[in-house]
Design a protein around this ligand. Structure first.
Ligand code: C2E
Ligand code: MG
Ligand code: MG
Ligand code: MG
Length: 292
């Protein structure tokens, strides 16, 4: 696995107690080392949230918060390389809690700046984090502790998460919806959720996965899938947003097919908070009157 390679190399060279399989031992050591590093990183404030604009009709309506890890020796590590290990080791629990707090604090800051508000903030939630006993109180504590408005918080869930324990999922979503929290289904179309589940879950929005957006202009199947997801969302009374939009032509295709909300490198990659805020002022205009 690519995400463990650097640790594996380190561990393999070390004079440690070995299992019968040296390669297996290296993998185990690598995972343990990375986990330790993540724990330390959390304590040492090495994690940071970046923000990617979510666009609609030329305006920035909000952002998706994306986690970044500034490792002191290995540089910038992308979540694709550490989220799954954090999930397996359980470290996603304190890490996810940190993300929720940081996101809500950011939302509260935005609410106090007339040039920025109103902005929504989407936060990714992984399965283990969501299904832990204390998830709902954790979100409520993050909102209450920061003073952020739950109506501005959107949680991005994946299909796998929704299917793990449907009753628990519906109950938790319902509780949080009571505080205004919204729910998006991330990476839609890449998982296994059936339409029957989709109907039962109290979602607000589907996210068209970037794998369908990438070739939407050249691959008729991807174009058909994108159109179908928009139609499905509309029929179910859900909003729809496309992710991974990199070109004006892709954005136009989506808009032509009634998908007006989008995010992607075409507007901006995920950037630090200050950069995102500058982008909002520049895009939405600094003197815009505060809307409800
Ligand atoms: P995701 O939630 O589907 O996020 C979208 C990913 O696509 C992000 O990768 C983003 O940087 C990338 N992206 C955005 N626009 C474009 C584009 O135009 N083209 C391309 N090729 N990519 C684009 P990133 O930041 O590396 O995050 C990867 C995944 O890690 C996320 O996928 C999400 O599943 C997970 N993740 C990130 N932050 C968190 C977090 O705080 N908590 C949890 N549980 N998972 C997170
Ligand atoms: Mg997401
Ligand atoms: Mg996604
Ligand atoms: Mg993804």
């Amino acid at each position: 696995r690519a995400d463990l390679a650097m640790y594996q190399a380190k561990a393999a060279g070390r004079d440690t107690l070995r299992f019968y399989d040296p390669q297996m031992q290296a993998v185990v050591s690598a995972r343990a080392a990375m986990e330790l590093d993540m724990r330390a990183g959390l304590a040492l404030d090495q994690f940071e949230l970046y923000y990617q604009p979510q666009m609609e009709h030329g305006r920035i309506t909000g952002a998706e918060a994306l986690l970044r890890w500034r490792h002191p020796h290995n540089g910038f590590i992308s979540p694709a390389r550490f989220i799954s290990l954090a999930e397996e080791s359980g470290l996603i629990l304190p890490l996810g809690e940190w993300v929720l707090k940081a996101a809500c604090e950011r939302l509260a800051l935005w609410a106090d700046q007339p040039g920025l508000a109103p902005l929504d903030l989407a936060v990714n939630v992984s399965p283990r984090q969501f299904h832990q006993g204390g998830f709902v109180p954790q979100v409520l504590a993050a909102l209450a502790g920061s003073g952020a408005d739950g109506h501005r918080l959107k949680l991005e869930l994946t299909e796998g998460l929704l299917l793990q324990d449907v009753e628990d999922t519906i109950e938790k979503m319902g509780q949080l919806r009571g505080y205004g929290v919204g729910f998006s289904l991330d990476d839609f179309g890449t998982g296994y959720s059936s339409l029957a589940y989709l109907k039962r879950l109290p979602l607000d929005q589907l996210k068209i996965d970037q794998s369908f957006v990438r070739d939407v202009l050249t691959d008729p199947n991807d174009a058909a899938i994108a159109r179908t997801v928009v139609g499905l969302a509309t029929s179910l009374g859900l909003r729809v947003i496309a992710e991974g939009v990199e070109t004006e032509a892709q954005r136009e295709f989506l808009a032509r097919n009634h998908c007006h909300a989008w995010q992607g490198y075409l507007s901006s990659p995920p950037v630090p908070a200050a950069e995102f805020e500058a982008l909002v002022l520049q895009t939405n205009g600094p003197l815009r009157p505060r809307a409800a």
